[in-house]
Design a protein around this ligand. Structure first.
Ligand code: FMN
Length: 375
C-alpha cells in the first residue's frame, strides 16, 4: 500500500492522499482578480492526482503584492472571482482539495515580474512604498521599507484575518500563510531584517511575536473543519539569519496555537547569498528535523522528483506531506505516473481512464520505468 496515495487527515480536512501541489506565483491576475489562466492552470494540476492543490501567494492588502499582477484577496471583486473559480474547480476535480496561500510581500514588494529582469519598481515609475519590521532595504537596488508602527501592525493583522474569512467564503478547504522567503512575516522572524527594539524584535521571542499574533488571530476565524498551515524558512543560508533551531522553536509554537502543519522551505531572504546545491530533496532534512524535534506535522518541498523518493520520505518519517512544484509544471500528470509506479489505486479522472496502463499497451512503451517496475 503506497503511503503517498493513502488518505491523510490534515486538521479537519480528509485528504484523499498526501501529494500536494505547492503555491506557485503566476503573475497573471488583473487588478488582483483570478483570470481564465488560473482556471486552466489550477484545473490542470487538480487533474494530476494530487490530493491538495494550493493556489499561489495571494496578497492580503495592496502594498503586500509582489507585483501589479499578483493574485489578491482584499476586496469584493477578488472574492467574487475566486468564489467562481473554486466552484468551477470543484466540478472539474471533485476529489481534490483546494487551498490558497495568503501573503504579504513586505520589503520585497513593488517589483517587476521575475521574467523581466528589473528588480524593484520605484514609486515614481508606478511602484509603491513598502513596509517591513525595520527600515532596512532587502539589498542593493531596493528601497528601505517604512517600519510598521502599532497602527500598521494592527492593519496588517486585520488584513490577514479578513483575507482568511474571504478565503473561507470562497469555498477553499485550506489556507497556508506565507512566512518564508523574506516576505513580511518572514522578515519579522529574521535578525537580518528585524532590528526593532520594541516587543516585536530584540530576541527570538520578540521577533516571533507579530507572526504568532497573526497566526493566532487567523486560527480564531478559520474553521477547524478545514486545514490551516504555515510555510516557514528552515534557514536563511546566512550566519546572521534564522537557523534550523529557530524553525524548531517556531514549529512548537505553531503546534501550540493549533496550526495543522508546517511547510519547510528555505532561503530567498538575503539577495546574492550562495545557495546550497539544488540536489534531490535538498530541504527534506529540515522537514525531518523539525518533525522529530517539534512533533509538528510537516510538509516537505524542494526537488522531490520521483515517486519512490516521495514514498521513501514518508516511509522513513521525514515528512507527513509531499509537495511537488516544478516537477508538476514539467508534467501535470506526475501523480498519475507516480500512482502507476507505486501500484496505488486509480487517480485518473474518468474521461482519461483509457490512457491507463491496464487498458493501453502504449503506456508501457512510453514509460520504460513503469515497464521495468512490472517485470
Ligand atoms: C514558478 C514558481 C512560483 C513560486 N511561487 C511560490 C509562492 O507563491 N509561494 C511560495 O511559498 N513558494 C513559491 N514557490 C516555491 C515552490 O512552492 C517550491 O517551494 C519550490 O519550487 C521548490 O519545490 P520544487 O523543487 O518541487 O519546485 C514558487 C516556485 C516556482 C517554481
Amino acid at each position: 500500500m503506497s503511503l503517498l496515495f493513502s488518505p491523510f487527515r490534515l486538521g479537519g480536512l480528509e485528504l484523499p492522499n498526501r501529494l500536494v501541489v505547492p503555491p506557485m506565483c503566476q503573475y497573471r491576475a488583473i487588478e488582483g482578480s483570478a483570470q481564465p489562466w488560473h482556471l486552466v492552470q489550477i484545473g490542470s494540476l487538480a487533474l494530476s492526482g494530487a490530493g491538495l492543490v494550493i493556489m499561489e501567494a495571494t496578497a492580503v492588502e495592496d502594498i503586500g503584492r509582489i507585483t501589479h499582477h499578483c493574485l489578491s484577496l482584499y476586496n469584493d471583486a477578488h472574492e467574487a472571482a475566486l468564489t467562481d473559480l473554486v466552484a468551477k474547480l470543484r466540478t472539474v476535480a471533485p476529489r481534490c482539495a483546494f487551498g490558497i496561500q495568503l501573503a504579504h510581500a513586505g520589503r520585497k514588494a513593488s517589483r517587476d515580474r521575475h521574467w523581466n529582469k528589473r528588480l524593484q519598481i520605484p514609486v515614481n515609475e508606478g511602484g509603491w512604498e513598502t513596509v517591513g519590521p525595520s527600515p532596512i532595504a532587502f539589498g542593493a537596488g531596493w528601497a528601505p521599507p517604512r517600519a510598521l508602527d502599532e497602527a500598521g501592525l494592527a492593519r496588517v493583522r486585520e488584513a490577514f484575518v479578513d483575507a482568511a474569512k474571504r478565503a473561507d467564503r470562497c469555498g477553499f478547504d485550506h489556507i497556508e500563510i506565507h512566512a518564508a522567503h523574506g516576505y513580511l512575516l518572514s522578515a519579522f522572524l529574521s535578525p537580518i531584517a528585524n532590528e526593532r527594539t520594541d516587543r516585536y524584535g530584540a530576541s527570538r521571542e520578540g521577533r516571533m511575536r507579530f507572526p504568532l499574533e497573526v497566526f493566532t488571530a487567523i486560527r480564531e476565524v478559520w474553521p477547524t473543519t478545514k486545514a490551516f498551515g504555515v510555510r516557514i524558512n528552515a534557514t536563511e543560508f546566512d550566519e546572521r539569519g534564522t537557523q534550523i533551531e529557530d524553525a524548531v522553536v517556531l514549529a512548537r509554537e505553531l503546534d501550540k496555537i493549533g496550526v495543522d502543519y508546517v511547510a519547510l522551505s528555505a532561503g530567498n531572504a538575503v539577495p546574492g547569498r550562495p545557495h546550497p546545491p539544488l540536489v534531490r530533496g535538498y530541504q527534506v532534512g529540515y522537514s525531518e528535523q523539525v518533525r522529530k524535534e517539534s512533533g509538528a506535522v510537516t510538509m516537505a518541498v524542494g526537488m522531490i522528483l520521483d515517486a519512490f523518493q516521495a514514498e521513501e520520505i514518508l516511509a522513513s518519517g521525514k515528512a507527513d506531506l509531499i509537495a511537488i512544484g516544478r516537477a508538476f509544471l514539467d508534467n501535470p500528470r506526475w501523480g498519475w505516473h507516480a500512482a502507476n509506479l507505486l501500484g496505488a489505486p486509480d487517480v485518473y479522472p474518468k474521461p482519461h481512464v483509457s490512457a491507463r496502463p491496464e487498458l493501453w499497451p502504449g503506456y508501457a512503451m512510453l514509460h520504460p520505468d513503469y515497464a521495468a517496475s512490472r517485470s
